[in-house]
Ligand binder design. Sequence first.
Ligand code: SDX
Length: 394
Amino acid sequence: QADVFTYDPGFTSTASCDSAITYIDGEAGLLLHRGYPIGDLAEKSHFLEVCYLLLYGELPTAAQMEDFEGRITKHTMVHEQMLKFFSGFRRDAHPMAIMVGVVGAMSAFYHDSTDISDPWQREVATIRLIAKMPTIAAMAYKYTIGQPFVYPRNDLDYASNFLRMCFSVPAEEYEVNPILARAMDRIFMLHADHEQNASTSTVRLASSSGANPFACIAAGIACLWGPAHGGANQACLEMLREIGSVDRIPEFIARAKDKNDPFRLMGFGHRVYKNFDPRATVMKQSADEVLELLGIENNPTLQVAKELEKQALEDPYFTEKKLFPNVDFYSGIILEAMGFPTSMFTPIFALSRTVGWISQWKEMIEDPAMKIGRPRQLYTGATERPYVDIENRG
Ligand code: SDX
């Protein structure tokens, strides 16, 4: 059977199993981006600097940062024809459905950045995707709430631009609170990349066929949408709301432990982390900071989340199975406090993870050993047998 488990060399080349971008130690609860701990980056860096680090391997000099930020800023608008694209969706479409569609069709608007054999086109596609995702996510939000699109502004930083595009209306300018902008930027950083998670593996596999980067990122968005993956932040907040009060927590913990009940604690557990997810630690601190700033530190959802975490981590079921809060456990509380509906939580995750997807795409495409991914499987079906005419069956 050994042959069946030997992945096609093309897929297990350095392009697929080896990567120099992100390192995770699940037992130690360690996450490094190009060697820098996520906690240091979340405290001292900012999202576009982390984008530069993930893409090019080193922290930028001041001149490099200014050039990179200038190129991103100049690409934040989308082709005006794209506005018509949105009108094909029902107003009650999930913003993730809109993002999958709009991003997947970007090659129809940006013909000059689809040929992946051309380094210049690869770089332009990279800049366009990072620059335009906040605009597309904000447009998807505005479309679903029946408000007019808000264009990006070049005098605002990345996170402030996104908040303004979401919350400004023609009748009233949205004044960006710098503490909320910093919290938004931190959420972008915490979701930027995470090694070979399901959606990143999807992007790598799609890209290995030579498909254009926009279509491959759309494949990643589609995979991220699932509640076991990026959809968990929406599912987690909806779970916390359903629990509603701390006295109902034991009921839900019992359900999560019941093998006959498909219910799982959303925002808990991880395929790799068997210790605290370091991103959850930062997110929890940020939740306290944002809710205190907004004067809602007694937010019932936050109280339920903290008590649920406490009770679960005192329960042998969770500690023995090494189930800890993950990045999705607190993020929704912050996003809800900022004014986002739960339907926008995963689009914000997708917006952030675009740089991780595109960095891993870039690393793989630039690896001469890369071939089309072709995993194998262990066949468990019928052995070879002759065809039987229908009159002789049954
Ligand atoms: C993300 O891969 C990544 O890096 C993803 C991500 C990224 O940045 O890209 O980190 C983002 O997707 C975070 C995960 C978000 N998902 C959720 O919060 C959904 C709830 N969590 C689960 O569905 C679950 O924990 C998974 C899907 C994340 C992992 O599932 P596994 O692989 O089954 O977890 P496991 O092997 O560690 O489970 C061990 C045991 C199992 O029970 P037994 O078969 O041993 O009896 O723990 C149970 C699981 O059933 N279990 C849970 C649980 N998670 C696992 N029981 C109750 N509640 C949970 N949340």
